[in-house]
Design a protein around this ligand. Structure first.
Ligand code: ZN
Length: 267
């Protein structure tokens, strides 16, 4: 028998919703912990308590963001197993690196890594039968922050092609209408990109102006997130040749000036 238990980390917030979902995946007497979350003592105790007499085989992370991975190293060391992830990140470095298609077998279960760059370049989803653990690639009740938009579109297609029945996200509730939610995610990104292109064609010349035009008034706490997503769309549009991004002095990774490409108007 294989079962999945969700343990909610005590880190609710504007970027984490109700908190990070840690999953304890149990098959027979074996189990795997996926996304142990932040270093919070109460959460560590909850995970160890849920493992109980089961034999822990691995601690797996979807990506190295601070709300998903930092507890992994100490938890795995305490329980004598390896950590698995795509690549080292600022607060966590997996002791075993997974590549696309790698499989972890435990009990009767097989957890297959699916490289899904976009939210971060190091992001993995994990497929187990008709279920996909989606980390921050697809979450419950919200859209996600995207670092690389072209990759993100491809990674959404990738998960859609697996035809999962159930998505277990890194934040929010389980998703049982997987096909509809993935289609909504793709439609939302396409709409957003069209709005951003329109804003540039209408004269928005800076990321700030684009955010203002597309998102209107934004909760100040979410402003950097909105700017980050807008920038990811702008880079994607520039890659397609519909806009140009001019880089100036001292603006970090934000372009100094954004221009629509005239020949592309109407395409
Ligand atoms: Zn994340």
């Amino acid at each position: 028998m294989t079962g999945v238990h969700r343990l909610l980390a005590p880190n609710p917030g504007p970027m984490t919703g109700p908190g990070t979902n840690t999953y304890l995946i149990v098959s027979g007497a074996d189990c795997v912990v996926l996304d142990p979350g932040p270093k919070e003592e109460s959460h560590r105790r909850a995970i160890v308590g849920a493992i109980g007499d089961l034999r822990l085989r691995a601690v797996v992370v979807t990506h190295t963001h601070p709300d998903h991975a930092p507890l992994a190293g100490s938890l795995a060391a305490e329980l004598g197993v390896h950590t698995y992830g795509y690549a080292p990140g600022p607060e966590f470095s997996p002791s075993r690196r997974l590549r696309d298609g790698d499989r972890l077998r435990f009990g009767e279960a097989v957890l297959a890594a699916v490289h899904t760059p976009g939210h971060t370049t190091d992001h993995l989803c994990f497929r187990m039968g008709s279920t996909v653990f989606t980390g921050d690639h697809i979450i419950g009740g919200s859209t996600v922050l995207v670092q690389e938009m072209g990759d993100y579109f491809r990674s959404l297609d990738r998960i859609r092609a697996l035809r999962p029945e159930r998505l277990l996200p890194g934040h929010g509730d389980p998703i049982d209408d997987a096909a509809d939610v993935i289609a909504d995610y793709i439609a939302h990104r396409r709409d957003r990109e069209a709005q951003i292109l329109r804003a540039v064609r209408d004269g928005a010349r800076t990321v700030r102006a684009v955010v203002q035009a597309v998102y209107g008034e934004v909760d100040p706490r979410l402003r950097p997130a909105a700017a980050g997503s807008a920038l990811a769309h702008l880079r994607h549009l520039a890659g397609q040749g519909t806009i140009t991004l001019e880089h100036g002095e001292g603006a970090g990774d934000e372009p100094a000036r954004i221009e629509a490409v005239r020949d592309a108007v109407g395409t």
